[in-house]
Design a binder for this molecule. Sequence first.
Ligand code: OGA
Ligand code: MN
Length: 273
Amino acid sequence: MSLTTRDLSPAIGSEVIADAASLLSGSLAAEIKAKLTERGVLLFRDVHFDDEELNAFAASVSPIDNQDEKGNFKVTMDAEINPMALILYGTRAWHMDRLDTALPPLGTLLSPRVLSLEGGETEFANTYAAYEALSDEDKALIEDLEVEHTTANQLRNVELPAGLEQIVDQLGMGTSRIHPLVWRHRSGRKSLVLGWTATRVVGMDPAEGDALIARLIAHAEQPQFTYRHHWRMGDVVMWDNTGTMHRVQPFEQGSKRYLHRVTLAGEEPLVAA
Ligand code: OGA
Ligand code: MN
């Protein structure tokens, strides 16, 4: 069977036009996986998967990562559902998932259970396209650079509600990991490893390093490299966590916004260019 798709923007994102039963049959899985790398983000509309179906669909595309927790991770600020909700403020800053590991997830799937009343769109930037569009001078400048990433740093790059800054200060920086700035994939293609988890460029003057990170993020978040997803019930969105970064747009205080999440196990260790 062949995959029918519709591009959501020129450089990133395609909707896969297929009904729930065809997706669950697994017959499209290989094509979906190939399309994921090619387009960065895939949208499946009106599929209305329950948790079991979401997991089965994800696993048909690529093995599920169980490093997080049992069952589906609950993405919500509702502290009754997720006691770690405050940490999720960090997802408002551009990031790639799990840069605290040596083998970041291949991909992530989200499916809404409750929509926000306003905002709450998820935005994605294609870090292959952003790399390719850099000048030769910039490509040469960053080719061998390494960057330290710390998950907690995302919280220092978003607007926090009053009172939360102190909690963030108490968090400290947590564990960090050094990654190459340019990811040379097995395919031979290169992408940027970027996000507000970045705390410093190894061996560079701190101010210069911070300015470089900010400049590269500003480059990658330009409209021609991004897609902003407006959620509808029944959606599943899957992204290539090795070739995109993402963030959520602010939404109302006290929101019941709630999505279930599944991650696909990493396949490619981050390798320097
Ligand atoms: C995530 C994430 C964004 C969102 O779950 O990894 O970044 O839209 N979520 O909630
Ligand atoms: Mn994320």
